[in-house]
Design a protein around this ligand. Structure first.
Ligand code: HEM
Length: 180
């Protein structure tokens, strides 16, 4: 079975960073924000401030890892499709992979902007923090769209779960042709 270590590490990094980013958004929107709505204004502002200092490095880290691993993955995948001449060189066009990637990339940039603005403190992004619930919901919806698009892109070349064509026997003692 082909288990390329580079793509595996890239995949681990990308998926883990996506989990941190989306998990943080779900927690903030559906647990933290409603809980903070029940305390007084001064306490709320204090807690937001304490959270910002601790959560900011995670946001910066997740964005960096998502960008680096995503870009590397994209370039490696493109190189492979080209070198191996998938569908006589027209696989990308036939599947609209580049268009899907373009939409995903743009949505991810918007997600990064809002995720940074929500933990930032610059005057230019204060409008986002003035309506935290609304922009958290929007960011969460966009992140969901990014994950759905990513799954779609992946399924274009991985396909549905199927029995292996070759290499791994289907049962102990079976030959290596995938037959039981
Ligand atoms: C909000 C930010 C992002 C989230 C939540 C996200 C999430 C995901 C998820 C869940 C996958 C599927 C992983 C798998 O099944 O192994 C994926 C794949 C991928 N992502 Fe991201 N991603 C984000 C940002 C980015 C960025 C910025 C790039 C490019 C610079 C990128 C490029 C890719 C590529 C190339 C794949 C592989 C798709 C395929 O299998 O054909 N992602 N992403």
């Amino acid at each position: 079975m082909d288990m390329d270590p580079v793509t595996l590490v890239l995949r681990w990094a990308h998926v883990l960073a996506a989990i941190v980013a989306m998990g943080g958004l779900v927690f903030a929107r559906f647990a933290l924000l409603p809980a903070l709505a029940e305390v007084d204004e001064q306490t709320r502002t204090g807690i937001h401030d304490r959270i910002r200092r601790r959560w900011l490095p995670w946001v910066i880290g997740a964005i960096t890892v998502l960008l680096a691993s995503g870009l590397a993955n994209f370039l490696l995948f493109n190189a492979r499709v080209k070198t191996e001449q998938w569908a006589d060189g027209s696989w990308m066009r036939l599947t609209n992979y580049h268009a899907l990637f373009g939409v995903k990339f743009l949505l991810a940039m918007v997600v990064f902007y809002f995720a940074s603005a929500l933990v930032g403190r610059g005057a230019g992004t204060q409008w986002v923090r003035n309506a935290r619930a609304k922009w958290l919901s929007v960011t969460l919806g966009l992140t969901l769209a990014v994950v759905l698009l990513s799954g779609w892109m992946r399924q274009l070349h991985i396909g549905e779960n199927a029995r292996p064509a070759s290499g791994v026997p289907m049962s102990p003692g079976a030959g290596d042709d995938g037959e039981e």
